[in-house]
Design a protein around this ligand. Structure first.
Ligand SMILES: Nc1ncnc2c1ncn2[C@@H]1O[C@H](COP(=O)(O)OP(=O)(O)OP(=O)(O)O)[C@@H](O)[C@H]1O
Ligand SMILES: [Mg+2]
Length: 228
């Protein structure tokens, strides 16, 4: 079943009088429950596309339909609350808040929802458990390894049970072994919880966890590989 549909999406940015168009009439469909690897040269529009799917940025032209909702028609406010309900985002450099513990970092997205303290506690504990780091709940980011920090960042991204998990080079800053463990973790979220994942990667090796590989070039989809 189609979860994400991009119809002729174009994105323009303006720098002074200069117009930059990182996405040009992009057509794309992503199935619910799939694990998509998004590849392409630097500047091909991968992060731009991820930010559109996340509702962090808005399309200039075209239609973006996610879970039967016309995201391209949403106001800024509507987009912000939609994002809190539907999107988990994992960054290459974790982006944890340094003065908060692992537990408090994971709790942040839930503070945007009206959830009482007990349920929050349960959800945060489950998420930390799920990523295999429950024993480090009261550690600060500087007391964690890169791989552990990324696990906390993944827990933070999944704690509100998002429709889509987006990841921009989630293993880009990790050594091979730690990166493999993180990829196994993402795969298990797809397999055990049916999580839909869209991951940007530069590393062809990490695409072996994905079931769909998309290649972008100059803001267009040039190849789509679906694996069984
Ligand atoms: N907020 C912005 N304002 C102006 N230009 C932007 C903005 N965001 C991205 N761009 C431009 O859009 C183009 C595509 O950028 P994008 O970040 O999507 O590339 P990418 O495929 O993610 O590259 P990389 O692999 O290096 O991360 C680039 O030329 C970039 O400079
Ligand atoms: Mg990028």
């Amino acid at each position: 079943m189609t979860l994400i549909k991009c119809k002729q999406i174009t994105k323009h940015y303006y720098r002074g009088s200069e117009q930059i168009t990182p996405l040009k009439g992009l057509d794309l469909e992503i199935q619910r429950g799939s694990f998509v690897a998004l590849m392409g040269p630097s500047g091909s529009g991968k992060t731009t596309l991820l930010n559109l799917l996340a509702g962090i940025d808005t399309v200039s032209e075209g239609e973006l339909i996610i879970d039967n909702e016309q995201i391209h028609n949403f106001s800024k406010n509507k987009l912000a609350s939609w994002r809190a309900d539907h999107i988990g985002y994992i960054f290459q450099l974790y982006n944890l808040v340094p003065v908060l513990t692992a537990y408090e970092n994971v709790e942040i997205p839930l503070l945007l929802h009206s959830i009482n303290r007990n349920e929050r506690h349960e959800r945060v504990s489950d998420a930390l458990e799920n990523v295999g780091i429950a024993d480090r709940y009261n550690h600060y980011p500087r007391q964690l390894s890169g791989g552990q920090e990324q696990r906390v960042a993944i827990a933070r991204a999944i704690v509100s049970n998002p429709t889509i998990l987006l990841a921009d080079e989630p293993t880009g800053d990790l050594d091979r072994e730690t990166g493999t463990a993180i990829m196994d973790l993402l795969k298990s979220l797809q397999e055990k919880q049916g999580q839909t994942i869209v991951m940007v990667t530069h590393d062809p090796q990490t695409t072996k966890w994905a079931d769909t590989v998309l290649h972008l070039e100059k803001g267009q989809l040039i190849e789509q590989e679906v694996r069984s």
